[in-house]
Design a protein around this ligand. Structure first.
Ligand SMILES: [Zn+2]
Length: 325
């Protein structure tokens, strides 16, 4: 307090160098994980219509894409596969020569410095588009776990550095940890989609991954957006089961959940900045309604401020470029 009787907060905001000195949260290139969509087939490099700047690529374009990321200073990718053939059991998810397994082998051979995260789910591989086995219109829990374990082990065999199970079956971390350990992969960490909401923000991803459910929705296994305490229960059981990282998905509407998970559990926290969050900004920016760079930097910084250590984001390349400038 000075003789005016009030506190002068603006003292610390007066110049850019002062602001930089007192800045509490910093976004860095090391925070970013870039999602890639690898498709079966040849000569494919196709933009996802609802996600400008995001492409489906076939394997011959993968090396260039990875070299580009490496040059930008991005250290990690999460790999999603789009197979040619789908069936009720999602068998291409755990096939030795599945598209994701091939992509992982190729990345680890050509750009070994990139940390490869394998998304472990069945919905891109099942003809019904659900994340597990379906019987009488219901997604079965325990039988789906067996297939998920097979998928995780085959991804580890292919060279994945991190396994990221996303299907929201109960017990998936325990089952995968046991399966990986028994197969000799006790050193491979699990990045669990611990807190995954049944969100409308996933729409454009389902375009990208061709993974829309053919009937019903995912509300019987993904979480109700209205629930906070349930997020704590989900994160707690995943930590007990052996998760090494915790993911909160989506990010922007769930910053409160991120903060709470970060305060309660001492594990690296990952924000998944999902497709809908990306597409809305892209659409507004293309119309000239917002400044894309400023809004993206603000948004990702808010996720870090909320407690995220890492951010899975389709903006990773743009952000790395802006940070390099
Ligand atoms: Zn899924």
């Amino acid at each position: 307090m000075d003789n005016t009787g009030f506190k002068r907060h603006r003292r610390l905001r007066r110049t850019e160098s002062l602001r930089a000195l007192v800045r509490e949260t910093k976004l860095t290139k090391e925070d970013l994980i870039y999602p890639i969509f690898v498709v079966e087939g040849e000569g494919i490099r196709k933009e996802v219509p609802s996600m400008p700047g995001v492409h489906h690529i076939s394997l011959e374009y993968l090396n260039d894409e990875m070299k580009e990321l490496e040059a930008l200073g991005i250290r990690s990718v999460i790999v999603f596969g789009v197979p040619k053939e789908k069936d009720a059991q999602g068998s291409q998810a755990y096939c030795e020569h599945g598209i994701v397994q091939q992509a992982i082998r190729q990345i680890k051979k050509n750009v070994p410095s990139l940390a490869v995260v394998a998304d472990t789910c069945l919905c891109q591989y099942t003809d019904h588009g659900h994340c597990g086995l379906v019987e009488n219109g219901e997604v079965l829990n325990d039988p789906s776990l067996e297939l998920l374990v097979k998928t995780a082990v085959s991804q580890a065999e292919a060279g994945a550095d991190i396994i990221a199970p996303s299907n929201m079956m109960d017990g998936f971390v325990a089952a995968i940890r046991k399966g990986l350990d028994e197969a000799g992969y006790s050193q491979i960490p699990i990045m669990s989609y611990a807190v995954k909401y049944a969100s409308a923000f996933y729409g454009p991803f389902r375009d990208a991954a061709h993974s829309s459910p053919q009937f019903g929705d995912r509300k019987a296994y993904q979480m109700d957006p209205a629930n906070r305490q349930e997020a704590i229960r989900e994160a707690a059981s995943d930590m007990e089961e052996g998760a090494d990282f915790l993911i909160v998905k989506p990010a922007l509407s769930y910053l409160d959940i991120m903060r709470e998970v970060k305060d309660r559990f001492h594990a690296p926290l990952v924000a998944y900045n999902v497709s809908g969050e990306y597409s809305m900004i892209k659409a507004a920016a293309m119309n000239g309604w917002v400044n894309e760079q400023e809004i993206v930097m603000e948004k990702l910084t808010s996720m870090k401020r909320a407690g995220a250590d890492l951010i899975i984001t389709y903006f990773a390349k743009d952000v790395a470029e802006w940070l390099n400038e």
